[in-house]
Design a protein around this ligand. Structure first.
Ligand code: PLP
Length: 455
């Protein structure tokens, strides 16, 4: 690996130039991290326009479990591009769509007959999940959870919880969306079992006092919240939801757009709880870098909308299908779920050591290689410290590491590196991150003059 940058001159001239052009030509609302403009990327590293190399712990927000530009994915896309680019599956069908649907139906948990449909983005998969659930049940209400992120189109955004950042000024939102508390252990003072029980009671109270179970079409949950800050739902909570939904004919939708495709140490995070959702929304790492999403689940539900009720011009585009088939092949052959457990164990061990050493590192949590730590004020306070997390991201960037934050307060540093990351890259990335955490700790301690850097 070419050594990651360690340059006080970042951004370089070309990236500075593009940053100015970005500011002039691209809408403010499209958020960005530090000014890294990619020239090339492979595996777990990125090289910017000025030739600086970065280790990537963000992986396109969990899109690149097989790594940037995996050679088998690139070859599959190239081969497909030589045959045809697009026909629109609704008009002219092609084998890759069918083969991918078959692969997904076989992969997704659930002992029942299953079917799939393909879309382009995660939000679209969520939109279709709600359409299918409503049509199949003839009911309208949808229950989502606090802290949820399900996307930015109107139904998905209505289900998303983080209002100040994502919803402010965009209303009105879709009706018949209800919100229950997500079982978050940190700061609650409750054991995992107590937390699961309290959250399930609150869920039941909401359904039974504000809606009635007979009106609920679907419950949608991220088994591990992504944008919300890597909170894993306790297995007991998911099991209780599963039983309740079965009892009342409610469609349980698992949004595995971020947690799926081996990230959690299983192919799908619901497997940790031993439950099977009725419908799964999938996207991100399924495409190995190409935009593709899927709704997969019980055939009786999937077949509820009539002919023409589902579809879209680009859903399951042939290039994206070819990329997804190649991606799934790599993950299967190289046992990416095991790789996620191995990588995740090493990252978690390191984060846990930092929690002992640095007062600003609060809770360490997640499953498999979907791990994160909370940045807090420290000195005995667990108050979220978004400013210190921002400083960690900035000084990691100066050290040659790309990071992504999460959480309502933007104070969670999440690990979403490609699972193809080499041991050397992982060690170097963690070293840079440790330097950035130490720097933020000094800032918190008031020992460092503003603006000083260390790695
Ligand atoms: C859990 C979850 N659901 C839905 C989405 C929306 O996916 P997309 O951005 O592809 O629309 C995301 C994206 O971050 C996500 O993490």
């Amino acid at each position: 690996m070419k050594d990651a940058v360690q340059s006080p001159q970042l951004p370089g001239p070309q990236c500075r130039d593009y940053q100015a052009r970005r500011n002039a030509a691209v809408a403010l609302g499209v958020a960005n991290g530090p000014p890294v403009f990619a020239a090339r990327a492979a595996g777990a590293t990125l090289t910017d326009l000025d030739g600086n190399t970065f280790i990537d712990f963000a992986g396109g927000i969990g899109t690149l479990n097989v790594g940037h530009a995996h050679p088998e994915v690139v070859a599959a896309v190239q081969a497909q591009a030589e045959r045809y680019l697009h026909t629109c599956f609704n008009i002219v069908m092609y084998p890759e769509y069918i083969e991918l649907a078959e692969a997904l139906v076989a992969l997704v948990p659930g002992a029942w007959p299953k079917k799939a449909m393909l879309q382009t983005t995660g939000a679209e998969a969520v939109e279709n999940a709600v359409k299918v659930a409503r049509r199949a049940t003839g009911r309208q209400a949808v229950v989502a959870f606090e802290n949820a992120f399900h996307g930015r189109t109107y139904m998905a955004l209505s289900l998303t919880a983080k209002a100040p950042a994502y919803k402010s000024g965009f209303g009105p939102f879709a009706p018949e969306v209800y919100r229950a508390p997500f079982p978050v252990g940190y700061r609650s003072g409750l054991s995992e079992a107590e937390c699961a029980e309290a959250a399930f009671k609150a869920f039941r109270r909401l359904v039974e006092t504000e809606i009635t179970p007979e009106q609920v079409a679907a419950v949608i949950i991220e088994p591990i919240q992504g944008e919300g800050g890597f909170h894993a739902a306790p297995p007991a909570f998911l099991q209780a939801l599963r039983a309740y939904c079965t009892q009342h004919g409610i469609v349980l939708i698992a949004d595995e757009i971020q947690s799926g495709f081996c990230r959690s140490g299983e192919w799908f995070a619901t497997q940790h709880a031993g439950i099977e959702a009725d419908l799964y929304t999938l996207a991100k790492s399924m495409g190995g870098g190409l935009p593709i999403a899927a709704l997969v689940g019980r055939a009786d539900l999937m077949d509820a909308p009539g002919v023409g009720g589902l579809g879209g011009t680009y859903g399951g585009n042939p290039l994206a299908c070819a990329a997804a088939l190649a991606t799934i092949g790599v993950m299967r052959r190289e046992d990416y779920a095991a790789r996620a457990r191995d990588v995740g164990a090493r990252v978690r061990e390191r984060f846990a050591a930092w929690a002992d050493r640095f007062g600003i590192v609060g809770d360490v949590r997640g499953l498999g290689a979907m791990v994160a730590f909370e940045v807090v004020r420290g000195g005995g306070s667990d108050e979220p410290a978004g400013d210190l997390a921002a400083r960690i991201v900035q000084s990691a960037y100066q050290g040659g590491l790309v990071l992504v934050k999460a959480g309502f307060h933007g104070n969670v540093i999440r690990f979403l590196a490609p699972l193809s990351i080499t041991d050397e890259e992982l060690a170097r990335g963690l070293e840079i991150l440790e330097g950035a955490v130490a720097d933020a700790q000094r800032q918190a301690d008031g020992k460092v003059a503003a603006g000083a850097r260390s790695a």
